[in-house]
Write a protein that binds this ligand. Structure first.
Ligand code: GDD
Ligand code: MG
Length: 359
């Protein structure tokens, strides 16, 4: 089986992280975002993954070379010369996808307990052209909303970002498509949500599959942090040995084996500490991710924030309120950062008391 991941463009909503790292390579819970998806696909015997990108930074080449060897899975890049939307890239990759068996399509900015084997079984059972994964959401206007028959699971209507309330079961951004779906797509910028799914639903060829586990869109910092908590809780429910244990940890915490943590720290709940991070004594961290190579000096307090690769946070610093520090940021001792978005390679030497961007 094959799969295509819609990677898209520059990941502007995840700035400043995506100013120095392509979005699919930004670590989420200590693993590149795209690797969570590729590993889930490998588990259901997918042998080739096509990344549909509208640009390709060279750092991605080396990374993909390494990972495809590790997983024994072929990773190909299908590159657009102009952004082709969410359906156009499928047509462009048609020669790679082939016409013999169904393939998975993923939005790259979502994470969940992928029920891929169950989707394959459902797809065979209903015999339709497409199966889309659904999850319940609180803000339907931000998603594609699906109306379907709860008995047969046949989709009656697909409304992308509805302005009026039509329901709260949303497109989770994970599809299993038969090659015949490509007949609904033209080689031009085209939206799968606005042009393809409504046509498939009208033909009675679109079916839904409800997700029972967690789901999150992690395309922007607030959602990334929420997704992190959900992912850690799902590790907890599965009894994962990866979660940190010990007196300094509270709740669900993931610490890379190469990270160092000093004495008298309180870490958690909901914290991810990346490879090579160094945390000095008396530090308090909750609901945050520290990306690889960052350093936090003594007695600092970090909450609800993302600290970029190789950043250095001074002593007695306070960082909170969805602050996002890019790569290689330095924060001076005793400074407060409240909702600061700090671009790569900057130094923060004064308090940031209101949310703002530091360029
Ligand atoms: N290759 C390529 N080219 N990928 C693209 C392009 C493009 O021109 N445009 C968007 N993408 C990718 C994005 O990177 C993302 O992975 C996916 O397609 C969906 O685009 P988003 O921009 O993230 O859409 P959204 O979050 O507003 O809505 C989508 O996701 C929701 C779930 O999170 C829709 O699929 C909704 O129906 C869905 O509910
Ligand atoms: Mg999205």
């Amino acid at each position: 089986m094959k799969a295509l991941i819609l990677v898209g463009g520059y990941g502007t909503r995840l700035r400043p992280l995506t100013l120095s790292h392509p979005k699919p390579l930004v670590e989420f819970c200590n693993k590149a975002m795209v690797m969570h998806q590729i590993e889930a696909l490998a588990k259901v015997s997918v042998t080739e993954v096509i990344l549909a990108v509208s640009y390709q930074p060279h750092v991605m080449d080396d990374f993909l070379q390494r990972e495809q060897k590790k997983l024994g899975i072929k990773i190909t890049v299908s590159r657009e010369t102009e952004p082709m939307g969410t359906a156009g890239p499928l047509k462009l990759a048609q020669p790679l996808l082939g016409d013999s068996e169904p393939f998975f399509v993923f939005n790259s900015d979502v994470t969940c307990d992928y029920p891929l084997a169950a989707m394959i079984a459902a797809h065979q059972r209903h015999g339709g052209k497409a199966t889309i994964l659904l999850t319940k959401v609180d803000e339907p206007s931000k998603f594609g909303i699906v109306l379907y028959d709860a008995e047969t699971m046949q989709v009656k209507a697909f409304r992308e970002k509805p302005t009026e309330w039509v329901g709260n079961m949303a497109n989770a951004g994970v599809y299993l498509l038969s090659p015949s779906v490509l007949e609904y797509i033209e080689l031009r910028p085209m939206s799968i949500e606005r042009e393809v799914f409504p046509a498939l639903a009208a033909d009675g060829a679109l079916y839904a599959h409800e997700l029972s586990g967690y789901w999150a869109d992690i395309g922007q910092p607030k959602d990334y942090l929420r997704g992190m908590s959900l992912h850690l809780q799902s590790l907890r429910l599965r009894g994962s040995p990866e979660l940190a244990a010990g007196p300094m940890f509270i709740g669900n915490v993931l610490v890379d084996t190469t990270a160092q943590i000093g004495k008298d720290c309180r870490i958690g709940p909901d914290v991810v500490i990346g490879a090579g991070c160094i945390i000095e004594e008396g530090v308090r961290i909750k609901s945050s991710t520290l990306l690889p190579g960052s350093r936090v000096k003594s007695h600092t307090w970090i909450a609800n924030s993302i600290i970029g690769w190789g950043s250095t946070i001074g002593s007695w610093v306070r960082i909170e309120n969805t602050s996002v520090l890019g790569e290689d940021v330095a924060v001076k001792d005793e400074v407060c950062v409240n909702g600061g978005v700090i671009l790569p390679h900057k130094s923060v030497t004064e308090h940031i008391l209101e949310p703002r961007i530091v360029m």
